[in-house]
Design a protein around this ligand. Structure first.
Ligand SMILES: *Cc1c(COP(=O)(O)O)cnc(C)c1O
Length: 384
């Protein structure tokens, strides 16, 4: 039985061509024409004045924090329902994360929780240096609300758009709405360079400084001259070539993932207690991963049982992200819940599951996944 993965790479027609061109011209290192071309193409796609490519999304977030002056003793507000890469760069900069819960409409940062956190921080004279809002599973957060809350304090909004390349919010591309946006081209993302990332912004000065830091802060001298500390966060010309080919396929990948989602919802949505991640009316989600919840009061099958049944049948699925405020490495950090009675992220983690969502998932494979889910739920219901 062929194993079904959560979100495997999906190659198109031009990637190998671009890589061959890099080989033919001997530009196989960290400089070369694909890098500049890829940066221009990403900026054009995002609708921003510029873009830089880097070695990973995590590296991009790190540069974004530093360019906004985040340093030791500062705090940064960040979504709690996310992958740890949204938070680690805050720690790299010696700053403190304050976790903000999700809201039910988009599963992304709760404006209500953010508002309380900002009011508290203003009272304590400890406003955050930046807010990192994560766009989960291909969907943009509520930026009108988030930006309106941050603007009076002049706090920059960093969009962790690692999972949302191709999504829109009020007609604008995800990643281009905050002060700065970060994409990931990790192997499981909607398009991939095998590993890599990009930072987009309208602030060309910021992009230039970040590019400088990403190349060991090396000054343009014939000798090796360094006036500050940088990093080796570059992307190679070969990987930029893969990225150029992948970007040509992006719109088709988005359509394919949305179709996968629609198929799941059509069939599994009929089961009592199963609901799907909502889509904001003002947004357009890529449905990078199909995420659904199983309400324990209506469906007596825990998601762990569904995940195990799929696993036994060579199918990869995952719980929704484990919130960062529940991670042992962030024990004791502050968390602002959506409301005093409700922590949305904890609830989503308890009953949420991500299903195989690759743009190359066949209808037959999708049926295999749904057959097993229906079977395990039916079996459990009958035995009760
Ligand atoms: C994948 C991901 C990242 C990190 O991207 P890498 O390229 O793997 O470093 C950051 N944030 C979120 C939400 C992600 O899903």
């Amino acid at each position: 039985m062929k194993r079904i993965y959560l979100s495997p790479p999906h190659l198109g027609n031009m990637e190998f061509e671009f890589v061959q061109e890099a080989f033919r011209s001997n530009w196989i290192s960290t400089v070369g024409p694909h890098i500049e071309a890829f940066e221009a193409e990403i900026a054009r796609y995002a609708g921003t004045k510029g873009a830089i490519v880097v070695s990973s999304g995590t590296a991009g977030l790190h540069l974004a924090l530093r360019v906004h002056g985040v340093g030791p003793g500062d705090t940064v507000f960040v979504s709690t329902l996310t992958f740890i890469a949204s938070v680690n760069p805050i720690i790299y900069q010696g700053a403190e994360p304050v976790f903000i819960d999700s809201e039910p409409d988009s599963w992304n940062m709760s404006p209500a929780a953010l508002e309380r956190a900002l009011a508290d921080a203003a009272r304590k004279n400890r406003l955050p240096k930046a807010v990192i809002a994560v766009n989960l599973y291909g969907q943009s957060a509520k930026y009108d609300e988030i930006k309106a809350l941050c603007a009076p304090y002049g706090i920059p909004v960093i969009e962790d758009a690692a999972e949302s390349l191709g999504a829109e919010y009020k007609g604008r591309r995800s990643g281009s709405i905050g002060d700065i946006g970060v994409y990931s081209f990790n192997g499981n993302k909607i398009i991939t360079t095998s590993g890599g990332g990009a930072v987009v912004s309208d602030n060309l000065e910021h992009l230039q400084i970040m590019k400088h830091w990403s190349t060991q802060a090396r000054m343009p001298e014939i000798h090796y001259q360094h006036e500050e500390i940088g990093y080796n966060y570059r992307m190679s010309n070969i990987l930029a070539g893969i990225g150029r080919g992948q970007l040509l396929e992006l719109d088709g990948r988005v359509a394919a993932r949305r179709k996968v989602f629609a198929n799941y919802r059509e069939r599994l949505g009929a089961i009592e207690g199963i609901s799907f991640m909502p889509e904001l009316a003002e947004g357009f989600s890529t449905r990078w991963l199909t995420a659904m919840t199983v309400d324990p009061s209506q469906c007596p099958v825990p998601v762990s049982r569904i995940i195990a049944a799929l696993q036994e049948n060579e199918i990869e699925s995952r719980p929704v992200w484990k919130p960062m405020h529940l991670q042992p490495c962030f024990a004791g950090k502050e968390i602002y819940a959506h409301s005093p009675e409700l922590n949305v992220a904890e609830q989503l983690f308890a009953c949420g599951i991500c299903l195989p969502s690759g743009s190359n998932l066949t209808e037959e494979e999708q049926s295999r996944v749904m057959d097993i889910i229906e079977e395990v739920i039916h079996k459990q219901s009958v035995s009760l």
